[in-house]
Design a binder for this molecule. Structure first.
Ligand code: KG4
Ligand code: ZN
Length: 367
């Protein structure tokens, strides 16, 4: 079957077409990504240091049609005649509600116009499903660490479509932490890749930033205190009062080496906490697979260090053999191919009449 998926939960306008062929003796089909177009709005939001929902919505509305056209063309499908699509899938939450509505309404219109069944997909389920697009098998139970700009969740995936949310952030998401610290350091947006870039030449042990909730005994996270610790450190280095503002001219007094050290030490602290809780969950639930998901899964240090930790614990006999799944970097950050993959597993819920009723829900929770 061919699935056309649309994703507009944040600041990327995404359309993908996925071909799914069932494999005998496996619940996971053979997926073939026919097209996967991502149109970034970074230029629009950059000057605000974050995504502005109303501007995101407007840009999605402008971009959706040309992006759809590009996706059809790349998949070798007609832009004029009704394409051979069996199912339309669209992210209906969680995310920025005005942005979500742009994609949802576009999908509803297409479903009506083409008489094609429509399905709403959970964005976080999509991030997890990015791992099913790879060739290697995923075995259950699996632990998924889903880390994005809006979410930080540790999820027990008992089987396809069977989730238990073990814990999540009580304040900022991990990606949000990266974005905010990048802003404190006067780096560009989105902050994650910028922090990662300068952290490469920094010393991760230069500053002893806290590891929030490392020993909280649960699977929850907190990143807001870590960001504040970075803020206070910067003020201390600049000799400022704790309640003084950091202006750009003051910030320019911090040399590049110090910025690199702060970035590396911050990244190290985040990665430490994420890995520690993921490993504890993997042990407790006898996971056969550990999966990374979400935009922060593009982080090189997280990818590398989690893999090393798994190997180390296997060697020490603390973990049974685990397969470690990493989405390719372009499938880790927001895209529509992952939404199409998630839709494949929920396809039975797709209907022809959903175009009448489908709604966006910014606070949708994985179930
Ligand atoms: O999943 P995603 O593309 O969008 C949301 O659903 O939020 O995740 C975006 C987040 C941003 O906060 C961005 O800074 C972060 O992922 N990110 C990274 C990296 N690449 C993207 N964080 C750390 N290291 C990276 N290399
Ligand atoms: Zn996302």
């Amino acid at each position: 079957m061919k699935i056309l998926a649309i994703e507009t939960s944040c600041d990327d306008t995404c359309v993908a077409i996925l071909d799914a062929r069932p494999v005998r003796s496996s619940k996971i089909p053979r997926f073939h990504v026919l097209s996967n177009i991502v149109s970034s709005q970074t230029k629009i939001h950059k000057k605000y240091g974050g995504v502005v929902p109303s501007l995101a919505k407007r840009a999605h509305q402008e971009n959706l049609l040309p992006v759809l056209k590009g996706a059809l063309r790349e998949a070798g499908m007609s832009e004029v005649k009704k394409p051979k699509i069996d199912l339309i899938a669209v992210t209906h939450g969680p995310g920025l509600e005005p942005a979500l509505w742009a994609g949802v309404n576009f999908a509803r219109a297409l479903s009506y116009w083409w008489s094609t069944p429509l399905l709403g997909v959970d964005h976080m389920e999509g991030h997890i499903a990015a791992n099913f697009l790879q060739k290697e098998k995923v075995e259950f139970p699996s632990i998924a660490l889903a880390v994005s700009g809006g979410h930080t969740q540790l999820i027990l995936v008992k089987d396809i479509l069977k989730y238990k949310l073990l814990g999540e952030t009580v304040d900022d998401a991990a990606g949000e932490g990266f974005d905010k610290v990048a802003r404190l350091l006067g780096l560009g947006f989105p902050g994650g890749p910028e922090i990662a870039r300068i952290a490469k030449q920094g010393n991760p042990s230069a500053f002893a930033f806290p590891r929030p909730m490392l020993n909280s005994g649960d699977y929850n996270f907190s990143f807001s205190g870590l960001k504040t610790a970075v803020l206070y450190k910067i003020k201390k280095i600049l000799g400022l009062d704790l309640n003084a503002n950091i202006t750009e001219s003051k910030l320019s007094k911090i040399n590049l080496k110090t910025k690199r050290d702060i970035a590396a030490s911050f990244e190290h602290a985040v990665v430490d906490v994420l890995i520690s809780k993921t490993m504890r969950a993997a042990k407790e639930y006898n996971a056969k697979t550990v999966m990374l998901a979400g935009g922060v899964a593009a982080n090189e240090e997280l990818r590398k260090q989690l893999g090393q930790k798994i190997k180390q614990l296997e060697k020490m006999g603390e973990l049974k053999a685990i397969s470690y799944k990493l989405p390719a970097r372009q499938l880790a950050t927001d895209n529509a191919a992952m939404i199409a993959a998630a839709a494949y597993f929920r396809k039975n819920k797709a209907t022809l009449t959903r175009w009448r009723t489908l709604r966006a829900n910014g606070n949708l929770k994985i179930s």
